[in-house]
Design a protein around this ligand. Sequence first.
Ligand code: FES
Length: 129
Amino acid sequence: MYTEKVMEHFRNPRNMGEIPDADGIGTVGNPVCGDMMTIYIKVKDNRINDIKFKTFGCGAAIATSSMVTELAKGKTLEEALKITRGDVANALEGLPPIKMHCSNLAADALHVAIEDYYKKHKAEKGVKT
Ligand code: FES
């Protein structure tokens, strides 16, 4: 039921793990199944310099996490914020309809991580000025 691309990312996920000194962290839970995903980002010159994920979820959740890290790496924060749930599913050449809810986590967690970075960054600036 999965495309070859989904299976490939599931078997061989990219950027799996944690970034201990991450600049932004985003965790989201899937209300449908209770699975969880966390995305960690390192930002340099307004770009996503490094990105990792930790996912407790199904195969589709792992494949979409892996794909979203590939899509976001090297992008500016503004570009990364434009990555949609649909982009992730399309990059994986589609997901079965009953698994579409799983793909929502990846883009959402990425957006939360970027917002977390913005929040922390603003706070830092506030301290300096
Ligand atoms: Fe939970 Fe897919 S079944 S994320």
